[in-house]
Design a protein around this ligand. Structure first.
Ligand SMILES: Nc1ncnc2c1ncn2[C@@H]1O[C@H](COP(=O)(O)OP(=O)(O)OP(=O)(O)O)[C@@H](O)[C@H]1O
Ligand SMILES: [Mg+2]
Length: 295
């Protein structure tokens, strides 16, 4: 279930008057916190520094664990960099990135990534691909076989367990990647444009499958896309990065999509006028910086 959220300014009295579930603020550390993060690369060809994040602050509060958070922005704005910082693949040049209050020192079990391109191991069967992460966690053979089959069933591929990736369509391969990631039960799932290479119909099927899986698994999802419609369809919270470098005051976000659109997000939700309005709001923000990409 999508977690019902209210604007931070609402008082407890207002919430009770609305008949909503009230949530007491917790003192637990944020699920993810970027504290004054600076990140840059060096382009050795052009001999120049490329700033990606400048004094960037961002938080997914403990109360928001289990939310579907979408990072929306054009190509090159720094979305994958943010995911790489959370997954511990790279480190900030300034400031800190914390998971559950702890600074990240290299890849941790708390998060797992579904990457931009298909990354099944071609020499392993579908089943062995899904078992791979479980083997790294030290789970015994019988148990990992059971868990892998359970997750293959969840993504609708139980009957293809002994196929090799090259025998599967692109959409099916991406289902394997999702099964492999979710099977290890990470608290945070990082998804980097996982459906970017798929045709529109397959993409829509995959979006619906992901919504169902997430409602069962209850992981916190941080989902990167440059597609406005995908962002509005999937997100509880959408964070818009209009340009690079990313600085706080240029970031635009909405945290109330489940209130505006409702919890259920079948494909038809895209026909609601609230959906169109949100999409337009994000498109205008993005167009300010990238007129050609978001007409
Ligand atoms: N290792 C690197 N060395 C130099 N520059 C890099 C490196 N990695 C990323 N960059 C640059 O940093 C910027 C942000 O890259 P990033 O991959 O985070 O963007 P993105 O938003 O994920 O883009 P896309 O949507 O195309 O995947 C880009 O300009 C990119 O060229
Ligand atoms: Mg990227």
């Amino acid at each position: 279930m999508r977690v019902k959220k209210y604007a931070e300014s609402a008082t407890v009295g207002q919430l009770l008057a609305e008949g909503g579930e009230t949530k007491q603020p917790t003192n637990k550390p944020a699920v993810v916190r970027f504290a004054n993060v600076g990140k840059w690369y060096y382009d050795s060809r052009k001999k120049e520094k490329i700033d990606v994040l400048i004094d960037f602050n961002f938080e997914i509060e403990a109360d928001d664990a289990g939310q579907f958070v979408v990072l929306l922005g054009p190509s090159g704005c720094g979305k994958s960099t943010i995911l790489a910082l959370i997954s511990g693949l790279i480190s900030p040049d300034e400031g800190e990135v914390l998971l559950n209050g702890n600074p990240i020192n290299g890849p941790a079990d708390d998060s797992a990534t579904v990457p931009q391109a298909y990354t099944c191991f071609p020499w392993l069967t579908v089943l062995k691909n899904v078992e791979f992460g479980l083997a790294l966690q030290g789970i015994n053979k019988r148990e990992r076989n059971e868990i892998a089959m359970e997750y293959l069933a969840k993504v609708g591929l139980a009957d293809r367990f002994d196929s090799y990736p090259k025998q599967l369509s692109g959409g099916m391969q991406q289902r394997v990647a999702i099964a492999r990631t979710l099977a290890t039960k990470p608290a945070i799932v990082l998804m980097d444009e996982p459906f970017g290479a798929l045709d529109a119909q397959t993409r829509s099927e995959m979006q619906q499958m992901l919504i169902e899986l997430w409602e069962e698994e209850k992981n916190t999802i941080i989902f990167v896309t440059h597609d406005i419609t995908e962002a509005v369809l999937l997100g509880d919270r959408v964070v818009v990065f209009p340009s690079r470098p990313i600085r706080d005051h240029q970031v635009h976000e909405r945290r109330d999509l489940d209130e505006v659109l409702g919890h259920a997000r079948p494909p038809e939700v895209a026909r609601k006028h609230e959906f169109t309005e949100l999409a337009e709001e994000f498109r205008l923000k993005l167009r300010e910086a990238f007129p050609a990409s978001y007409r």
